[in-house]
Design a protein around this ligand. Structure first.
Ligand code: GSH
Length: 212
């Protein structure tokens, strides 16, 4: 029986990715709060596991892993079949590649721009907000989401015709996007996809928590 531990605060989008895939797979794991007010991630013990000092970190027996997308991919690859959810890790590399690119795109193209918008509205007092930066980044975020909307007009999910790990990274961010006190452009396919995600128990339990 595997012994899994996940470190990270549950309101972090990167931690949510790991907790969400674990919930989809029905895995049992120990959860250690870490990051921001919880500390832990700057202790020598934590840095020995994850020298970046960021969250999340996963331990599964003798494997220690960081980078949230790598954690999602590892858990799906290792446990999709044994947990009875083979669709979460298709045997075909071609099938996996479809969603894989959206995982990396979310981290490398979307997350940095979105971070300033989210932190600006949710974690910064109104009088301290840099509205020029927030508004400028929000416009770029909306342009990126128009691209996602076009994709979701062609396929039901970012992973293809079925939900898969390729939907997890952006799925975490999109919950907070739709909760921001801003005007949003019409993104009908993205809204349909978001509505589909909200029907998933794992999404409700892990992702749809109060913003903080
Ligand atoms: N590329 C890393 C980024 C990890 C990251 O930046 N984590 C943030 C939270 S989302 C963090 O550790 N912040 C410091 C803290 O929470 O104390 C990943 O995807 O795992």
């Amino acid at each position: 029986m595997a012994s899994i531990t996940i470190w990270g605060r549950p309101n972090s989008n990167n931690v949510k990715k790991a907790l969400w895939i674990a919930a989809e797979l029905g895995l049992k794991y120990k959860h250690v709060l870490a990051g921001l007010q919880h500390g832990v991630n700057n202790t020598p013990e934590y840095l020995a596991m994850n020298p970046n000092g960021v969250i999340p970190t996963l331990q599964d027996d003798d494997l220690v892993l960081w980078e949230s997308n790598a954690i999602v991919r590892y858990l799906a690859a290792e446990y999709a079949v044994s947990s009875g959810h083979p669709a979460l890790w298709p045997a075909s590399a071609r099938a996996r590649a479809v969603g894989d690119k959206w995982m990396d795109w979310t981290s490398t193209t979307f997350a940095g721009l979105y971070r300033d918008v989210f932190w600006g509205y949710i974690r910064t007092p109104p009088e301290e907000r840099d509205m020029d930066k927030i508004t400028g980044n929000l416009a770029k975020v909306n342009d990126l989401l128009r691209m996602v909307d076009a994709q979701l007009g062609r396929t039901a999910f970012l992973s293809g015709s079925e939900f898969g790990v390729g939907d997890i990274p952006l799925g975490c961010f999109i919950y907070t996007y739709f909760a921001l006190p801003v005007e949003r452009p019409a993104l009908p396919n993205l809204e349909r996809w978001y509505a589909d995600l909200q029907k998933r128990k794992a999404y409700q339990d892990v992702v749809m928590i109060p913003l903080s």
